[in-house]
Write a protein that binds this ligand. Structure first.
Ligand SMILES: *Cc1c(COP(=O)(O)O)cnc(C)c1O
Length: 368
């Protein structure tokens, strides 16, 4: 008889599927790594900011020492940027860490967590990892249906995840709707507002979620340095919440969860407004480039507020997998989203103009 380790709810977890690494695709398809284009993980196509690279290299001289466990300087930079006290900030090894900390700190096995269908995969993983029950609320036009999410709250609900904009669909919830939702949610249930793509929002869609944190002690806003700031490989994210909630997260946070080069790079990137502006511009241009091509090919796509676009590549059940494989053979890595229940769709991260063009050309070849 074979021995089974761990609780059933851990064994039931399907591991997170990330974008395929370039080196893996090169090996699998016998391609030249240098010619492979990766539009699969919503990374910044500009790479990391030069300011962050310099700061990181400088910090490397101190790598023999432990990082500042409390992240004093990085918190000071975040505090200055958002006008909140350092005591309201939790640093994370990526914002993924913040999402998991929230689940671990707030939810016991068999209690419930509410999130939307087609929302970020980590919500399901974090929920399962603590043995909690997921209440998955059907999406509306691929986005969050906040009214339905409010109705779905049960007496044992402890946590609600909202992504705005959402990944993998790119949908956006207007500020007024989120505010109305926050008013409806009982104050002992924590709402995580995951704003991983906030920096890509056009000025007319931006809103002040930090003001909500001041008003609602059950709100945790989560941000990342992985997307617009171009530091995905360094793993830095942060949560902003009032001290009672922040204190709780800090109790279970690994003492040295953000390494020292990452802390240094994040400080530089946070203050690099020129890089952020350029990233937003590249993204806007790339979005138009991709969606114009989709329109020309009569492909349905979900209007996106992030740095990626969800596009429907066929009507057969396995259209996403089929087109994905054909693209991989041409050295283009995008993200199939069958695991999200969207097997006819692919998620394309917005790249540099020439990368987008190469993808469009490859897609045309596959679809004719
Ligand atoms: C990418 C992403 C994150 C997490 O990114 P980290 O690299 O862990 O900071 C969180 N939420 C959403 C919706 C994302 O798409």
């Amino acid at each position: 008889m074979s021995i089974q380790f761990g609780p059933d709810y851990i064994r039931a977890i399907a591991p997170y599927q990330g974008g395929k690494p370039i080196s893996e695709v090169a090996r699998e398809f016998g391609l030249d790594e240098a010619k492979i284009i990766k539009l699969a993980s919503n990374e910044n196509p500009l790479g990391m900011p030069e300011s962050a690279r310099q700061a990181m290299l400088k910090a490397m001289t101190e790598i023999g020492r432990y990082p500042d466990s409390n992240g004093f300087e990085l918190k000071a930079a975040i505090s200055a940027k958002y006008g909140i006290p350092s005591e309201w900030i939790t640093l994370g090894n990526g914002s993924n860490d913040i999402l998991e900390l929230a689940a671990h700190a707030l939810v016991q096995p068999t209690q419930s967590v509410v999130y939307a269908q087609y929302s970020f995969a980590v919500y399901a993983l974090a929920t399962q990892a603590v043995g909690a029950r997921a209440i998955v609320v059907p999406a509306e036009n691929h986005g969050h249906d906040l009214a339905a999410m409010a109705r779905a709250i049960m007496p044992d609900t402890k946590l609600i995840f909202i992504a705005n904009p959402n990944n993998p669909t790119g949908t956006f919830i207007p500020a007024a709707e989120i505010e109305a939702f926050l008013k409806l949610v009982p104050s002992d249930i924590v709402v995580v507002l995951d704003e991983a793509y906030n920096e890509f929002l056009a000025p007319e869609f931006q809103y002040d979620s930090i003001a909500w944190v001041r008003q609602y002690r059950n709100l945790l806003v989560s941000r990342t340095m992985s997307k617009a700031y171009g530091l995905a490989g360094l793993r830095v994210g942060f949560g902003i919440a009032q001290p009672a909630l922040t204190d709780l997260l800090n109790r279970i946070r690994q003492p040295f969860n953000v390494n020292s080069p990452a802390q240094a790079a994040a400080i530089a990137a946070l203050n690099d407004t020129a890089f952020l502006q350029k990233s937003a511009q590249v993204n806007t241009d790339g979005y138009h480039q991709l969606t114009q091509a989709f329109n020309a090919m009569a492909l349905e796509y979900v209007p996106s507020f992030g740095n990626f676009v969800l596009v429907k590549v066929g009507n057969e059940d396995d259209a996403g997998a089929r087109v994905n494989l054909a693209l991989l053979k041409q050295g283009i890595i995008v993200r199939p989203v069958g695991n999200y229940g969207l097997p006819q769709w692919l998620r394309i991260s917005i790249g540099l103009p020439e990368e987008n063009a190469a993808f469009i050309q490859a897609l045309r070849k596959v679809l004719v």
